[in-house]
Design a protein. Structure first.
Length: 182
């Protein structure tokens, strides 16, 4: 399985069947799925099937994780790693209910996830892949210290790939933490 991750405001834990309704509701918002290449789930059974067959934790000790508000237990969305077998890369991703956008939650969750990937798992490299028009997501990747690598096309969109390596993360996370406590 995968350990829980804690930040000042959030708890990240493995996705479970308890999240099915929240995941269904989140993906039913067209603004949320606009740049993700996903459509909403057809029904709750489809979400249950997705969660029941999700094998990233077992196979790779990593995966997308549910984000909860640590103080209220409210569902916020998900953030986490995913091993992309087709390109042999580990990808950082995030998706939040719209009411939680613009509060720094994707950045805060991603810091915990990148620490887990680089410091706990010892991964060498993590990428972020984003549709060019998805400005908030691009901003998150840049704030995390990810560097532009290449453009590519997916789902009919122009996309960009960013990357981080372990050493780059060690250096950048110190700056991020210094900034926070300035
Ligand atoms: C992408 C997403 C996870 C970002 O989450 P978030 O918690 O709002 O992100 P953060 O608050 O940590 O950071 C967003 C940054 O972009 C900035 N931003 C947001 N919209 C912007 C815009 N239109 N123009 C310029 N900057 C913008 C914010 O000000 C913030 O930067 P700051 O902290 O320097 O002020 C969220 O918008 C989401 O769930 N989108 C739908 C799913 C999705 O697209 N996922 C990513 C697929 S690659």
């Amino acid at each position: 399985m995968i350990p829980d991750l804690f930040t000042s405001r959030l708890l990240l834990r493995a996705i479970s069947l308890d999240d099915a309704q929240n995941m269904f509701n989140m993906n039913a918002d067209p603004a949320v799925v606009r740049y993700t290449g996903n459509k909403g789930y057809k029904n709750i059974e489809e979400v249950v099937e997705f969660i029941s067959t999700y094998d990233q934790y077992e196979k790779y000790k990593q995966g997308r994780m549910t984000i909860l508000d640590k103080s209220t237990g409210e569902y916020i969305g998900w953030c986490g790693l995913k091993f992309l077998e087709d390109i042999n890369e580990t990808d950082l991703g995030y998706r939040l209910l719209q009411k939680y956008w613009g509060k720094g939650i994707a950045t805060e969750s991603s810091i915990a996830v990148l620490d887990y990937g680089f410091l706990t798992l010892g991964l060498k490299r993590i990428v972020g892949r984003v549709v060019q028009e998805n400005i908030s997501s691009l901003n998150v990747l840049k704030k995390l210290g990810m560097k532009f690598e290449k453009k590519f096309e997916a789902h009919g969109y122009q996309c960009e790939q960013y990357f981080l390596e372990g050493q780059m993360w060690q250096e950048h996370r110190e700056k991020l933490i210094e900034k926070k406590f300035d």
